[in-house]
Design a protein. Structure first.
Length: 296
């Protein structure tokens, strides 16, 4: 029977730097789970409510870092991390950086932390603040970097949200984070275009919404098929509607947008990539070949 790391962990003390919306949610979750918590925030007033619930409030970053071996950072950006920790002794510390960054910046920050005597773990939070500390919400955090650090502190880190360790390369958490967010924004673009088409018509958005949501859920199966085709190298594997057919059908989508007075600017870049792939002989393939066109 699998064990729950949250239930089986001792109440490890930790420090949290940053009490914005996400940082405050993390702090609440750690306190609720019984972990002794030291907090620091540039605007000290934001810590008052946490202090009333038992958090220790440090006057300076150095004081906060000195209080515990495990130090979690949830500041605005990578520059904020640099500024906050500049000159602070990190020797022997376990530094967990939950600041959204790029893979390259995460790798550079890991090397920076190691030079200063700290173990390093980078994190990418796949949640919004109201999901933190609510197991049923499905929140989780990607982690990458020191496997030893992750294994030692997994239970503590799992208190606010589930954990997904994605490798020793410190840039992988950010890479996974941004990959998922990129897919999300692509979906948002399609949703925006779909709703724009019905504006001005006697079709209520609330009428279209369940149909659109259901359709997108059904089409999500293409994610696994794309992965299978990429790994096999066979882009014609299990094709249902090939690239040539889909390029031929794009005129209907563009014509409808024109009739409805809707800009096609969200669709055109993808259609152009489809056309380019067709031109080099990918007509019998799925849409997977577009992935290779995006590589520079």
């Amino acid at each position: 029977m699998a064990t729950n790391p949250v239930e089986n962990v001792s109440k490890t003390p930790l420090t949290l730097l940053g009490l914005g919306a996400m940082g405050a949610a993390l702090a609440e979750a750690w306190l609720a789970a019984g972990h002794p918590l030291t907090v620091w925030n540039r605007t000290a007033a934001r810590a008052e409510g946490l202090a009333a619930r038992g958090a220790a409030v440090a006057a300076t970053v150095a004081e906060a870092v000195a209080a515990n071996r495990l130090v979690v950072v949830c500041l605005l950006d990578d520059d904020s991390v640099q500024e906050a920790l500049d000159g602070v002794d990190l020797t022997g510390k376990d530094l967990v950086n939950l600041v959204t960054s790029t893979p390259g910046k995460a790798r550079a920050r890991a090397a920076w932390a190691e030079r200063r005597g700290a173990r390093y773990l980078d994190g990418g939070i796949m949640a919004v603040p109201p999901m933190i500390g609510v197991p049923a919400a499905g929140a989780y955090v990607f982690y990458s970097g020191s496997a030893e650090l992750f294994e030692e502190h997994e239970g503590v880190l799992a208190a606010p949200a589930d954990t997904r360790y994605v490798g020793a390369d410190a840039g992988f958490a950010a890479l996974h984070d941004v990959a998922l967010l990129s897919g999300m924004y692509g979906m948002f673009a399609g949703i925006a275009h779909a709703f724009a088409l019905i504006r001005g018509e006697s079709v209520a958005p609330s009428e279209l919404a369940p149909l659109l949501g259901g359709w997108l859920a059904a089409m999500s199966g293409s994610v696994a098929k794309t992965a299978q085709q990429l790994e096999s190298g066979d882009y014609a594997l299990d094709v249902v509607s090939n690239l040539a057919m889909q390029v031929a059908g794009k005129g209907t989508l563009l014509g409808t947008a024109e009739e409805q007075g809707v800009s096609a600017e969200l669709l055109l870049p993808y259609f152009r990539l489809m056309e380019r792939r067709l031109e080099i002989g990918g007509g019998e393939e799925d849409l997977t070949g577009v992935v290779d066109l995006l590589r520079r």
